[in-house]
Design a protein around this ligand. Structure first.
Ligand code: SF4
Length: 234
């Protein structure tokens, strides 16, 4: 077990240098009907079903440093060449490197929608971060919940805490009236029902929720098999 907040700090030391951050790829992607994607390096979780490989597990030796302006320009170039109106950062956890992310958003024209795909941990433990993001109306935050409660979160991620930060992130996004939705990974019907009830109790019952389907790429399948978790997802 590891502490994901400590892992965030260690990862930030590897992938963020002043306002620069590491990325390993820029690409057009078919998700959301077409979106320009910058794949970043480094994450504060180690989800056993993660499709990213070296970018999460070997951040030190993966990717190159890019300035916020460079990232913004590359995303725009891809979007314009493909006729997309949406941009995102994927591959790792985009909220690691707060100043970098805010500067990327600042450098982007607001005619593009920006989808922030995050596990929410760093938002849930830093209200100021959510406040700072609330100044970007083009932002849609997709919070990917790794399990429907603390127990399932630890089973899927190997982390000793973090689920409560994810829930807190949802509450803060609601408080700042931001555009957001929930993507839930859970394989337990009872836990899911309890989770839906918890959302209702927190006033989050009307937030759009999608159930995330885990893609069983060969690497993911192998890792889930080693962790004796494959049967949950097949
Ligand atoms: S939060 Fe996302 S990028 Fe990070 S380990 Fe989990 S699935 Fe991979």
């Amino acid at each position: 077990m590891y502490n994901p907040i400590e892992l965030s700090k260690k990862t930030e030391e590897l992938v963020v240098k002043d306002e620069l951050k590491k990325y390993y790829r820029f690409r057009p992607a078919g998700f959301y009907g077409g979106i320009a994607t910058a794949d970043t390096v480094g994450c504060n979780l180690r989800c056993k079903f993660c499709w990213s490989s070296q970018s999460v597990w070997d951040a030190k030796n993966t990717g190159e440093f890019y300035s916020p302006r460079d990232v913004a320009e590359r995303l725009q170039r891809i979007a314009d060449s493909k006729g997309y109106h949406q941009l995102r950062i994927s591959g790792g956890e985009p909220t690691i490197g707060r100043q970098h992310l805010l500067e990327v958003l600042e450098a982007l024209p607001r005619r593009y929608a920006f989808i922030l795909e995050t596990n929410g941990l760093l938002l849930g433990c830093d209200k100021d971060y959510v406040h700072a993001l609330s100044f970007y109306p083009q932002l849609h935050v997709r919070v990917c919940l790794k399990g429907a409660d603390s127990e399932e979160f630890s089973l899927f991620t190997g982390a000793n805490q973090g689920f409560d930060f994810q829930m807190k992130a949802l509450q803060l996004l609601q408080e700042y009236q931001m555009n957001f939705n929930i993507a839930l990974v859970s394989t337990n019907l009872v836990k899911k029902q309890d989770f839906f009830k918890r959302l209702e109790d927190l006033g989050l019952g009307s937030v759009m929720l999608e159930e995330e389907e885990i893609q069983l790429y060969p690497l993911v399948k192998k890792r889930l098999l080693q962790e004796q978790l494959l049967h949950y997802f097949e």
